[in-house]
Write a protein that binds this ligand. Structure first.
Ligand code: GAL
Length: 412
């Protein structure tokens, strides 16, 4: 398509607000695309058990988590999805072909749990897989898409994380990875639109071609018109190495993000024992700069005051949740320090200086390097809350593995 035609089409599509405008996609047109279902206009926030609990889950965990999100004040700050990951169901469907929650783990069933979560003012999320089986070998949705979406809607589900283990590639001879995934995820996406509920759709195919640039680019061409967010990296685990790897995998993908379509760098490890508080704070800052979903995966009721303080930083949350929905990019690298910047709604910018190295670094960066014209600027450090003014340079000493994050606005 010629660029001019594409821009006109995009504009018509954008103005009409139609969910069916195929190809209405930020990556191609560099124009704001829109959420295919009108949902997740800012990155989803909440809880998912997987990173911390994996298959050690039961009804109690989600009831306690819902209660703790409310009692800690996190719910009020926007953490509202309570998402169940793999291992929630029986290994066989019912004789009628329905998915069956494991009755030992979920004795009251999923509708009850959904109602409980809703009664706390929160939203209910669940996990499935678009292939034959989930990654833990429970029944997948392939061949049961309409039926399963109806089941989820009847349980009051508000968010579906749809994984892509055991993909049904043998059913589509001649189609490549991206084409098969597109068929299957589009089918689920359409069924969700007809479900009668607002269901945020979290998808996984890009993560399955992570490290394969050609396939990855193919998947990224269509994913934003079918899903609200998509995993981009390997599974995160509670170690600095993993956080850096997922950051590196996600940070170059800004052109694909838009309000209602987010690059998902995976769950937060804040609150878990494997990283220092500095490292946890760095993950939180970087995820906010990358407009990644903020899904806590820890024992929320047992969060230390320090970890709770990280998760409750309203200024950093506001960067993640900024309504312009522009993911940060690396503007410059000085030694081990990445300098990231993203424009925010109302003309302000967010800037982060990330020291990946093992020693403190003194950094000075010119505002021009981060895309701002010369002038007077007000710099607000979002962790220390210190406010300063500068003409040209942003200077800071950044400890090892730390992130300094600022809101920067012109002084008139
Ligand atoms: C992985 C996925 C994890 C978790 C797990 C469950 O593929 O990336 O986040 O959902 O499956 O089996």
């Amino acid at each position: 398509m010629r660029p001019r035609t594409r821009v006109i089409l995009m504009l018509a599509c954008f103005l009409s607000g139609l969910a069916t405008c195929g190809g209405a996609y930020a990556a191609d047109a560099l124009l704001p695309a829109h959420s295919y279902n009108g949902l997740a206009l800012t990155p989803p926030m909440g809880f998912n058990n997987w990173a911390h609990y994996e298959c050690k889950l039961n009804e109690r965990l989600f009831v306690d988590t819902a209660n703790a999100l409310v009692s800690t004040g996190l719910a009020k700050l926007g953490y509202r999805y309570v998402n169940i990951d793999d291992c929630w169901m029986e290994m066989q469907r019912s004789p009628a072909g329905e998915l069956v929650p494991n009755p030992q783990l979920f004795p009251h069933g999923m509708q009850w749990l959904g109602e409980y979560i809703h009664s706390k003012g929160l939203k209910f999320g669940i996990y499935e897989d678009a292939g034959y089986m989930t990654c833990q070998k429970a029944p997948g949705m392939y061949g049961h898409i309409e039926q399963d979406v109806k089941t989820f809607a009847s349980w009051g589900v508000d968010y579906l994380k749809l994984d892509y283990c055991y993909a049904p590639e043998d059913k589509y001879p001649g189609k490549d990875f991206s084409q098969v995934a597109q068929v299957v995820y589009s089918e689920v996406s359409a069924a969700l639109l007809k479900s009668g509920r607002d269901i945020v759709f979290s998808c996984s195919p890009p993560a399955y071609v992570f490290g394969k640039p050609k396939e990855f680019a193919e998947v990224m061409r269509w994913i934003g018109s079918v899903c609200n967010l998509w995993r981009t990296d390997d599974d995160i685990y509670d170690a600095w190495k993993s956080v850096v790897a997922n950051y590196e995998g996600n940070v170059g993908l800004a052109k694909y993000a838009f309000p209602g379509g987010w690059n998902d760098a995976d769950m937060l490890e804040v609150g878990n024992p494997g990283m220092t508080l500095t490292e946890q704070q760095s993950q939180f800052s970087l995820w906010a700069m990358m407009a990644s979903p903020l899904l806590i995966s820890t024992d929320v009721a047992k969060l230390s005051p320090a970890a709770l303080k990280i998760l409750s930083n309203k200024d950093v949350i506001a960067i993640d949740q900024d309504t312009l929905g522009r993911q940060a990019s690396i503007m410059k690298q000085i030694g081990q320090v990445d300098i990231l910047s993203r424009p925010l709604a109302n003309g302000v910018h967010a800037v982060a200086l990330f020291n990946k190295g093992e020693h403190a670094e003194k950094i000075s960066v010119n505002v021009i390097a981060i895309g701002l014209p010369p002038g007077r600027y007000r710099l607000e450090n979002l962790w220390s809350k210190q406010v300063s003014e500068t003409r040209l340079m942003i200077s800071a000493e950044i400890p090892a593995r730390a992130v300094a994050i600022y809101r920067i606005s012109a002084v008139h």
